[in-house]
Design a protein around this ligand. Structure first.
Ligand code: AKB
Length: 330
């Protein structure tokens, strides 16, 4: 009888996702709900409200993660056991508002880790980024362990955050796992305030207007990934046995690297009249400080990471799905 009660209590433990209305959250939440059940995944947001179908699909709460007590209320209300912490001010927005980037990115992570320790969560996921690297980092095949000297406020928060995650793992036994996401390409929700956002905008403009003025130079190669791969990586790392997670700062994660010119040429294979021009702005400097190609062999060896989408597959999928969403034929 006692065993049964304990088992039932265990089954009722819930997953919480912060930043669930953002680019990654809006696709991670449905994937987690499909896997663990709608009622077991609590989506949270703060300033931006999700669409009706997202809100109605499962629990949604408005939470300011900067306020530890309001997060605590939701943790207790749902008996939360696992958090995917996705809230973040991205690179370009962070350069416009560095104080906001520092406060949001650092305070929310510290709150999540403190509560994970206090409530003995089984797992925490936190999103790091290729922005944790900087101008002195080797740009090709960037190793897992290397120089990290970011010169953006966003990048600074990612390095500090990675060290904080490792600290909570070593000192307090918090089972925290993290990925250094490259630029993520998706059609459901627009990214906001990033340097890699051009690789999403280009699809919207190619479909709607057959032309795009890119804010990076044509040869600004960066690591990128299609959303289905990013979701798979996030779920895979969280499902891995603790003994397989050997890096507690954050794992390099890669799929494909391309320049604006290369993606424009790939789009032209489907929309021959598409024209891309280049008008680099302040984001070019940010892009220049980041790696071009990431070595993610630690993730592949430790917990079996494997990507599916290359540039050609991702481009075809984006044009088909976004075309359908926008009602535009190729
Ligand atoms: C950004 O461009 O800021 C993000 C990132 C690479 O972390 N997409």
């Amino acid at each position: 009888m006692t065993v049964r009660v304990i088992c039932m209590a265990k089954e009722m433990k819930k997953i919480l996702v912060t930043g669930s209305v953002g680019q990654i959250g809006s696709e991670l939440v449905p994937a987690l709900r499909a896997k663990y059940g709608n009622e077991n995944v609590i989506a949270t947001g703060y300033k931006t409200m999700p669409g009706e179908s997202f809100r109605n699909a499962g629990p949604f709460e408005i939470v300011d993660v900067m306020d530890k007590d309001s997060l605590r209320v939701i943790i207790e209300k749902y008996d939360i056991d696992t958090i995917y912490h996705l809230v973040s001010v991205l690179s370009a927005m962070g350069e416009k508002n560095p104080n906001l980037a520092w406060d949001v990115n650092m305070i929310t992570l510290k709150n999540v880790l403190d509560l994970a320790k206090e409530y003995e969560f089984s797992r925490v996921f936190w999103a790091s980024s290729i922005a944790a690297f900087g101008p002195s980092t080797p740009k090709d095949n960037t190793p897992q362990l290397t120089v990290m000297d970011p010169n953006t406020m966003y990048g600074l928060t990612k390095v500090a955050g990675e060290l904080l995650c490792n600290y909570y793992f070593v000192k307090h036994g918090v089972d925290v796992r993290s990925l250094r996401y490259p630029g993520i390409i998706s059609y459901k929700t627009l990214p906001g305030g990033g340097t890699t956002d051009y690789a999403v905008e280009i699809f919207y403009e190619a479909l709607k207007n057959r032309k795009y003025a890119c804010f990076l130079k044509e040869d600004a190669t960066l690591p990128m990934m299609h959303m289905p791969d990013a979701i798979k990586a996030t779920i895979d790392i969280m499902q891995a046995e603790p003994s397989k997670i050997k890096t507690r700062t954050s794992y390099n994660l890669a799929a494909v690297s391309f320049s604006p010119k290369e993606i424009a040429e790939e789009i032209k294979k489907h929309i021959p009249e598409f024209e891309c021009t280049y008008e680099p702005d302040f984001r070019q400097k940010i892009a220049e400080s980041w790696p071009k190609v990431i070595d993610d062999s630690s993730a592949r060896n430790d917990w079996g990471w494997k990507h599916e989408f290359g540039l050609a597959e991702m481009t075809k999928d984006m044009l088909e799905k976004l075309g359908e969403k926008l009602g535009v034929n190729l």
